[in-house]
Design a protein around this ligand. Structure first.
Ligand code: M6R
Length: 610
């Protein structure tokens, strides 16, 4: 949440910052701002709304300078108004700060500063930071020491970019919110993630919590909070420029949905040995004994990643016979759970930065638990704090609605489940090979599912006047129903609920009428005859029915419904296929309503606040 960019070098910083913010905009997009400095002056431009309006305003201001910082905001403290947009400054307008995160003790700090005569121009938590730096500088210390003293006062999560009019450098501070340095030739960047750095620099340095980086055009140095130099690894940028363009698609979400045959192949690449049918996860090799002997498997995640965890919990328990469950990271932490020290906790995240999940991982580790990561973004905070793990390798996901990450997470967890079941002897060699062969065929089957795009578009258009939708399923179809409902509501703002089909009669059935379509998942792995009963109940009450089921399924033929077929596969892999029509349905439902597909209101891609 919130994107930070910084540049120092020999080029015009303003244009570079705006371009960087456009690439970070998926992290937050209610307001944006930049601050540019040359040898003599420093100036700021801020604007409410998208980076495009900041760009227009900046073009009129024409501030020149070769260093600067920028920010795109997802509001936490204070409405999306220009006065609350970052960067925030001290009263002398010399020190500017862009912040990602939340300061928990800002009220106390604000009180102290106000008593000392500092006045505030915004409603944000961030504004205390430039005032504190100013206060410490006024006491006679240099900017770096003033930043260190300031950081010692802060409680909460923060990634900071700091610029001082009088200093030919930038500062980056990390505690809980991600920051990466881009190391160029005579130029340096600060960024919330690698995406704006692709094509600009070849090397990056991920800051760790507690790091304070002093950055000049040709060098940088990283310090800890006690002003001792610390060394951090330099990494090569792994992503390609085409991964962050729309490549002819109208929206990133559309591209990411249609990219799934490839993203799934990328996720499985090198992980299934052709010689001996082995499934190999390099990151698990040294820890396999722990996984093999785990007394419980606990999937922890948020949003779509949680739904992938739910699918996995059904599948793991079913085929490995190890007690398995999934839980929202945000709930997990606050119920003070008993940690199973002989179990495994699997932290699932596309971004690798989700704060609720980070906090849950810290708790599990503190209580002596073992955490395995399943993370898409290489170098992200979660990929670094987990004990070991698997990278998803689905490629960058830019659309706020998570699509290809879900199918790759589900694929990799299915691969892990069958590997474990084979080793434990709960799956025979023949069953294992059968599922493994089905896995290899999944990209082709996804391609087949995608060919129903026109039918789904038509359905979404027919439903353009519907304000409510139910998604129903039993067993492993239930988390997919939840995912379908989440996808629809988060981007199209249509009220949608995912429900276990059997729960209908316990209350929800009261909602059924001709204006409430029910999208029912009824795939082979679940008890079809029981689902049939639930569908009959909807039909008897005049509700419209859309069925998503395997292509050889015909038990529903006597009930009027719209049918979307998915290719037959092994039941543990069905969610990978059945989720795709729901992604397409959500996508076309937004397009037909003329709303913003990639940047729905109130949301951000990476949720770095609790
Ligand atoms: O990056 P993560 O997978 O940890 O993110 C978790 C959720 O915030 C995320 O899945 C969110 O629910 C998506 N917008 C859903 O499409």
């Amino acid at each position: 949440m919130c994107g930070i960019i910084g540049y120092i070098g020999n080029k015009e910083a303003g244009d570079i910052l705006i371009e960087g913010l456009q690439k970070l905009e998926y992290r937050g997009y209610d307001s944006a701002g930049i601050c540019v400095a040359d040898e003599k002056s420093i100036s700021r431009t801020r604007s409410v709304g998208k980076v495009e309006s900041l760009k227009e305003k900046f073009a009129l201001n024409k501030h020149k300078g070769t260093r600067g910082i920028g920010h795109t905001r997802w509001a936490t403290h204070g409405a999306p108004l220009e006065k609350n947009a970052h960067p925030h400054s001290d009263l002398e307008e010399k020190i500017y700060v862009a912040h990602n995160g939340v300061l928990e003790n800002y009220k106390e700090l604000k009180d102290i500063l106000q008593k000392k005569g500092y006045t505030f121009t915004s409603d944000t938590d961030t504004e205390v930071i430039p005032h504190l730096i100013n206060m410490y500088k006024a006491e006679g210390v240099n900017i770096k020491e003033a930043i260190i003293k300031t950081v010692k006062c802060l409680t909460g999560a923060y990634g900071l970019a700091v610029i001082d009019k009088d200093e030919e450098c930038l500062y980056a501070v990390k505690n809980g919110s991600p920051l990466v340095l881009g190391i160029g030739d005579g130029e340096m960047y600060i960024s919330s993630d690698e995406i704006p750095l692709i094509g600009k620099v070849e090397n990056t340095v991920f800051l760790s919590d507690g790091d304070i980086a002093e950055i000049r055009a040709s060098e940088y140095q990283i310090f800890d909070i006690n002003n001792f130099i610390v060394e951090r690894e330099v990494n090569e940028i792994q992503n390609e420029a085409e991964n962050i363009s729309k490549e002819g698609f109208a929206y990133f979400m559309e591209k990411e949905i249609f990219n799934q045959p490839q993203s799934i192949k990328d996720s499985m690449r090198g992980r299934i040995s052709k010689d001996n049918n082995e499934i190999i996860f390099g990151g698990l090799m040294d820890h396999w004994g722990k996984v093999q002997n785990a007394t419980s498997i606990n999937f922890i995640a948020c949003g779509t990643s949680y739904h992938a965890g739910m699918v996995a919990a059904y599948n793991f328990e079913n085929i490995t016979r190890v007690s398995s469950r999934a839980e929202y990271a945000s709930e997990f932490l606050y119920r003070h759970p008993v940690i199973d020290k002989s179990g495994i906790y699997v932290a699932i995240s596309q971004s690798g930065e989700t704060k609720d999940l980070l906090s849950a991982i810290e708790y599990i580790k503190k209580e002596g638990g073992t955490v395995m990561g399943l993370v898409n973004v290489v170098g992200s905070s979660i990929s670094r704090i987990t004990d070991f793990g698997i990278h998803i390798h689905a490629g960058p996901e830019i659309g706020v609605a998570s699509t290809k990450a879900f199918t790759s997470q589900t694929l990799l967890l299915s691969m892990l489940a069958i590997k474990l079941a084979k080793d434990k002897g709960t799956l025979t060699k023949e069953e294992y090979i059968g599922i493994k062969n089905e896995i290899l065929d999944i990209p082709r089957k996804i391609q087949k599912v995608l060919s129903c795009n026109d039918d789904i578009k038509k359905l979404a258009e027919e439903h353009s006047d519907k304000n409510n939708t139910l998604f129903l399923g039993r067993g492993v179809d239930y988390p997919v129903a939840l995912e379908g409902a989440l996808k629809l509501k988060e981007i199209s703002y249509v009220h949608a609920e995912g429900y276990p089909a059997a729960e209908l009669k316990h209350g929800v059935i009261a909602l059924i009428d001709k204006d409430m379509p029910s999208i029912v998942l009824a795939t082979k792995g679940t008890n079809i005859n029981k689902v049939l009963g639930n569908v009959e109940e909807i039909n008897a009450r005049g509700g419209e029915i859309v069925m998503i089921s395997d292509e050889d399924q015909d038990v529903f033929s006597h009930i009027p419904h719209t049918r979307i077929s998915i290719p037959n596969t092994h039941p543990i892999l069905t969610p990978i296929l059945s989720a795709i029509p729901l992604q397409l349905y959500a996508y076309h439902s937004v397009v037909v309503r003329g709303r913003n597909v990639d940047q729905p209101r109130n949301l951000a891609k990476s949720v770095t606040v609790e």
